[in-house]
Ligand binder design. Structure first.
Ligand code: AMP
Length: 191
């Protein structure tokens, strides 16, 4: 089974993806994690994407599609969770093509529905918690980048909700509840 977790920054995609990895043995493909790894390794790609990521903008379709293509070509899994990808219609089309080339399909797109004020609180709270625990704080977890990330989401990513609805693949889950409730709701939808 291959699924997409869709939702704005702070909706809980990463948290829920980790549960699916633990419980179903699926493989999480997070373009955000891949890009952060490139950034901290100091690779050429990392240097190219660092600025735009820190400001909260989207990196180019070419780069993220390349990352996903590479993973799909090399990683064997009995199910992928796409977390933070696709974020544009071009990425969504590319993912459809890449899966079709592998003879695979997309089984569900789970949209985590949340409210914007909660998102901003969660993101700023996530940064404060990490700082208090002496953990690294994401460079883009601040109120300024958050505004840009939300705007990018509404301008470029939210059209994917209609796109996948029209394809009959969209499933909405309330992302505002307790983490365990969201987890149970996703499990119920996936069967
Ligand atoms: P995330 O961890 O998913 O919140 O991603 C962190 C940042 O990485 C985003 O704000 C973007 O700058 C970049 N990024 C991650 N995934 C994508 C994507 N699919 N398309 C474009 N930029 C991305």
């Amino acid at each position: 089974m291959n699924i997409i977790l869709l939702g704005p920054p702070g909706a809980g995609k990463g948290t829920q993806a980790r549960f699916l990895v633990e419980e179903r043995g699926m493989v999480q493909l997070s373009t955000g994690d891949m890009l952060r790894a490139a950034k901290s390794s100091g690779s050429e790609m990392g240097r190219i994407v660092a600025d735009v990521m820190d400001r909260g903008g989207l990196v180019t379709d070419e780069i993220v599609i390349g990352l996903i293509r590479e993973q799909l070509e090399t990683v064997k899994a009995n199910g992928f969770i796409f977390d933070g990808f696709p974020r544009t219609l071009a990425q969504a089309d590319a993912l459809g093509d890449l899966l079709a080339e592998k003879g695979e399909s997309l089984d569900a797109v789970i949209e985590l529905e949340v409210n914007d004020e909660v998102l901003v609180e969660r993101i700023v709270g996530r940064a404060a918690e990490a700082a208090a625990a002496g953990q690294p704080v994401r460079a883009d977890d601040n109120a300024e980048s958050m505004k840009v990330r939300l705007m990018e989401y509404y301008k470029k990513t939210s059209p994917l909700i209609g796109y996948y609805y029209a394809k009959g693949q969209l499933t909405k889950v309330d992302g505002l509840g307790e983490i365990a409730d969201v987890k149970a709701a996703i499990a119920a939808k996936l069967g």
